[in-house]
Design a protein around this ligand. Structure first.
Ligand SMILES: Cc1cc2nc3c(=O)[nH]c(=O)nc-3n(C[C@H](O)[C@H](O)[C@H](O)COP(=O)(O)O)c2cc1C
Length: 360
């Protein structure tokens, strides 16, 4: 039996296999609310055999959006549309998860398919917030430095959005601590130049992510798993790195985090990233081995045999697939076939299955 199609239990939630749909912004929300596009996009992926579907970065505050097209959970009215997505996934045997996010200084931007630039207030933009008043690049807005009350508001935003995610029927929450967004901005010395208790030492720079994890864990039932996505490295000397990631993951494990999802980069426009097949997998492996916590690997994992080998070599417990699932939503069914498993096609499609069983 292939490892990719073995189940994975996290607390009381059982994933039927070890393929997850990586969170991917669709930039198609209206005032943070789900639209028809989300129903089509997530519905298609829910029928395609992945064990876990992580809904895109969903903002915990209006000013925490990357763009005006981001989903949100900062208002009660945003629950209903997301409840539909969660219900659709559950009905297909796919575990629905949601990524909760705050973009910090990488907010008030154009939509994902437009040339990337900061929006003026007059075109519907806003002043983003950050640990320090440093723009990500000249094309990005200069953020306002968060004060104590603002930081407390961010933590409360994560907790309140977690309660709404529960009401919407999600079975897992992922905190977005990667890609140069707010929590990572606090963690990385490249973006955090504070001298108060939120900046400076490792302990101070990781205080916000630790406090957010504590607040989310308290708002999220014991029976349900909590995931955190981290950038293992900034790919810049003097930035956040794999050693700090391992140290943080040891702490997160003690704080009730069930799995860390290991990505990289996003802090600096100057980073040189050696992108290639499975290029982030060694970071996941190191966290798994040295921090002793279950991990997800992500990043240019596109081949069934590659995904299987990552599990077989003990590099990760779960494999997340991003762009390949945009190109080809049925990748999980095809991967099952490639690995000698019976693909779990929806019964409505059984007569179309290009597989031995359908011949008779
Ligand atoms: C269109 C698009 C949107 C994305 N949005 C998010 C997001 O909302 N949250 C996140 O953590 N990563 C996001 N990512 C990163 C993916 O989840 C994934 O980590 C990355 O694409 C690498 O995996 P891949 O090579 O399988 O695509 C996005 C990527 C793409 C292509």
């Amino acid at each position: 039996m292939s490892l990719l199609f073995q189940g994975l239990s996290l607390r009381e939630v059982h994933l039927p296999n070890r393929i997850g749909v990586s969170p991917m912004c669709q930039y198609s929300a209206r005032d943070g609310h789900v639209t028809d596009w989300h129903r089509v996009h997530y519905g298609a992926r829910a029928t395609a055999g992945a064990g876990l579907l992580i809904v895109e970065a969903t903002a915990v505050a209006a000013e925490g959006r990357i763009s005006a097209g981001d989903l949100g959970l900062w208002r009660e009215s945003q629950i209903e549309g997301l409840a539909h997505i969660a219900r659709q996934a559950r009905s297909q045997g796919c575990v629905p998860a949601i990524q909760l996010a705050h973009a910090g200084r990488k907010g008030s931007l154009s939509l994902g398919w437009e040339p990337q630039r900061g929006l003026e207030i007059s075109e519907g933009g806003w002043t983003p917030v950050a640990p320090s008043a440093l723009a990500f690049s000249p094309a990005f807005p200069i953020p306002a430095e968060l004060d104590e009350a603002g930081i407390a508001g961010v933590i409360e935003g994560f907790a309140a959005s977690t309660r709404r995610a529960l009401e919407a029927g999600f079975e897992a929450v992922e905190i977005h601590g990667a890609h140069g967004y707010l929590l990572h901005q606090f963690m990385s010395p490249l973006s955090n130049q504070r001298e108060d208790r939120w900046g400076g030492s490792f302990e101070h720079r990781t205080r916000l992510v630790r406090e957010v994890v504590g607040a989310v864990r308290s708002a999220w039932p014991e029976r349900l798993p909590l995931l955190v996505r981290l950038s293992a490295t900034d790919w810049i000397d003097g930035g956040w790195d794999i050693e700090q990631t391992v140290e943080l993951c040891r702490v997160l494990k003690q704080s009730g985090v069930d799995l860390v999802d290991i990505s990289s980069g996003g802090s600096s426009a100057q980073a040189k990233i050696p992108v290639g097949p499975g290029y982030q997998v060694p970071f996941a492996q190191r966290v798994r081995r040295e921090a002793g916590i279950p991990v997800a690997a992500v990043g240019m994992i596109t081949e069934p045999a590659q995904a299987e080998a990552i599990l077989a070599e003990g590099q990760a417990d779960l494999v997340l697939v991003g762009r390949e699932l945009l190109r080809n939503p049925y990748w999980p069914l095809q991967a099952a076939e490639a690995l000698g498993e019976t693909p779990a096609y929806p019964k409505q499609y059984l007569r179309a299955v290009p597989f031995r069983r359908s011949a008779g």
